[in-house]
Write a protein that binds this ligand. Structure first.
Ligand SMILES: [Fe+2]
Length: 263
């Protein structure tokens, strides 16, 4: 249906209206992101799936790291954080209280809470608590640049698997989807942490949800990027076609999530 091969390049630069983003493909299907300052000499790192590759690119482009924003504790997001922090000692780490409590890295970090506003490179970064994939998942929205970094909360045409089955988790996950919609707009670029689009498309096909202009819009987006990757996606596309984001109620969300789990 579609062919994607994001690992053909060392990294991609996404030109937003304001701040540029470097997407680093790593591991089997992860993306690690750097948000660059206007002068492209400083950056904010969002999670890190491969510290060796990330450090090489920071070195190669002569970029100083100012901060590290953690979405959640899974190993393909935080492995190597201590190593990066030891080399870029000026970079302040931010994470949620729950991630602090998990003691996922040794370097000291500042705690962020939902509703907090950080400021980097003249942009306001809104901190959103988005539990669901994990109870602690934090999403970061660069408001002026209109960039959303959501870790494994939301993927193009999909969402993260539920890892912590506590009472009310599906309700939390559904509400987190609605929260992300309420803070963003159709033009928001979504930088999710995995290239899962092709798998998600196959799942949608299996439940008869490849409809309307989905395929043509998806192909156009991929070709606009560079023909090998589907990320970043955007809120307008996902609101139209992502059955997890546009679920009408918790029951519909849960049903779709369970169908996907067993797919
Ligand atoms: Fe995860």
């Amino acid at each position: 249906m579609i062919e994607l091969n994001p690992h053909t390049k060392e990294y991609y630069i996404d030109n937003s209206e304001n701040l540029k983003v470097i997407a680093i493909p790593c591991r089997a299907d992860n993306y690690t992101y750097l948000v660059l300052s206007d002068d492209e000499k400083k950056a904010i790192l969002i999670d890190c799936a491969d510290h060796i590759k990330t450090l090489e690119i920071l070195d190669q482009l002569n970029i100083n790291l100012k901060a590290i924003l953690i979405t959640h504790h899974h190993h393909d997001h935080v492995d190597g954080i201590d190593k990066i922090a030891s080399i870029h000692a000026e970079a302040q780490i931010y994470c949620s209280q729950k991630e602090q409590d998990r003691k996922i890295f040794k370097t000291s970090a500042k705690t962020v809470f939902g509703g907090d506003k950080l400021e980097f490179f003249n942009d306001e970064v809104q901190v959103l608590e988005t539990p669901g994939h994990t109870s602690s998942l934090t999403t970061y929205y660069f408001k002026n640049s209109n960039l959303l970094f959501c870790g494994d909360h939301l993927f193009s045409l999909g969402c993260g698997r539920v890892f912590e089955h506590y009472p009310g988790v599906f309700s939390d996950f559904f509400n987190s989807m609605k929260k992300v919609i309420s803070f963003t707009n159709d033009k928001t670029k979504i930088f999710c942490a995995h290239e899962y689009t092709k798998k998600n498309l196959t799942f949608l096909d299996s439940i008869g949800k490849v409809e309307g202009d989905l395929l043509s819009e998806l192909k156009e987006r991929i070709n606009t990027l560079d023909g090998t990757r589907s990320v970043p996606t955007n809120m307008e596309f996902e609101k139209k076609y992502n059955v997890f984001l546009n679920a009408k109620n918790v029951e519909e969300f849960k049903k779709n999530r369970e169908l996907k789990d067993n797919f």
